[in-house]
Design a protein around this ligand. Structure first.
Ligand SMILES: Cc1nnc(-c2cnn(C)c2N)n1CCCn1ccnc1
Length: 115
């Protein structure tokens, strides 16, 4: 059979790495906009504009329910949080800046951990 890849992306360490990365995201000072789902009833336009809502609590739930195949599928959902934020918020706004800061932090951490 194909030789098992030895990077964290593919081997059995993928999921504990996801849990560690998510804990760091949740602990970040700029995480506050992303901790729970956007209340689309209270935010006009959100449901229409953002086709695939995502937030850190939903990612946590999906991790707990083993819904991520590997680090790759986890990274896709984390990036969805930040892409939704960029789509709905001005770069020069509290939430927009928080999104850029969190994306920068996440990109740095997972690439560090994969080296
Ligand atoms: C994430 C995210 N992206 N946009 C919003 C949002 C919520 N209300 N408004 C006017 C937005 N642009 N959010 C959620 C921010 C969640 N939040 C707001 C205050 N405390 C948490």
């Amino acid at each position: 059979c194909a030789k098992k890849a030895k990077t964290a992306k593919d081997d059995k360490n993928g999921l504990p790495l996801c849990r560690m990365l998510l804990a760091e995201l949740e602990a970040h000072r700029d995480a506050w906009p992303f901790l729970t789902p956007v209340n689309h009833k209270a935010v006009p336009g959100y449901r229409k504009v953002i086709k695939k809502p995502m937030d850190f609590s939903t990612i946590k739930e999906k991790l707990a329910n083993n819904q991520y195949l590997n680090l790759e599928t986890f990274i896709i959902d984390v990036n969805l949080v930040f892409d939704n934020c960029e789509k709905f918020n001005e770069d020069d706004s509290e939430i927009g800046r928080a999104g850029h800061n969190m994306r920068r932090f996440f990109d740095k951490r997972w690439t560090e951990l994969l080296q």
